[in-house]
Design a protein around this ligand. Structure first.
Ligand code: OFO
Length: 175
């Protein structure tokens, strides 16, 4: 049975995953409208992953005798300056999410809730991979440049493949 404070912090994470999913969906749509189809596919896939992360949490909370709360979602940012801005935003969002996951690790240990502590390890690994991916993409973008032409064309074309390599262990049931 989940303790109320653990249930609350897990529900906060449900909301965060939902918010991240909405932000990435918005970025994907922006990129598509600009003709950056690789960037769009990357963010659409990432949005879907975050939704799966949310669902995994919802199921865990309910299975452990808690009550998952389905959150309201704030309207995400709709317009972006350029592709560099959206990947910086990705990195910043993932760093914040990593901090929140660390807080769950800390709280579950403090509460002696080893089941939640064990469950949340998957998110720890996931966040590590997502931050590393965002950093790699930013480095590649730096090399390619954003001017229309060869470098950016290849960057955009290869981006969905980069995502596919990164996709976390499907055995975990949420990727
Ligand atoms: Fe949910 O994986 Fe990032 O935030």
């Amino acid at each position: 049975m989940l303790k109320p404070d653990i249930e609350a912090i897990l529900n906060k994470q449900v909301s965060l995953e939902a918010q991240s999913s909405a932000l990435y969906l918005s970025i994907g749509s922006w990129a598509e409208s600009k003709g950056y189809h690789g960037v769009a596919d990357f963010f659409y896939a990432h949005s879907e992953e975050e939704r799966q992360h949310m669902l995994k949490l919802i199921k865990f909370i309910n299975e452990r005798g808690g009550k998952a709360e389905i959150p309201a979602i704030d309207k995400p940012k709709q317009d972006f300056k350029n592709v560099k801005e959206v990947f910086n935003l990705l990195l910043e969002t993932e760093r914040e999410n990593t901090m929140k996951v660390s807080e769950i690790v800390h709280s579950s240990l403090k509460a002696g809730d080893y089941t939640t502590h064990n469950f949340v390890q998957w998110y720890v690994t996931e966040q590590m991979e997502e931050e590393a991916l965002a950093q790699t993409v930013l480095e590649k973008l730096e090399m390619a440049g954003e001017a229309p032409g060869g470098g950016f064309y290849l960057f955009d074309r290869d981006l969905p493949g980069l995502k596919a390599n990164f996709t976390p262990d499907s055995a975990s049931g949420a990727n």
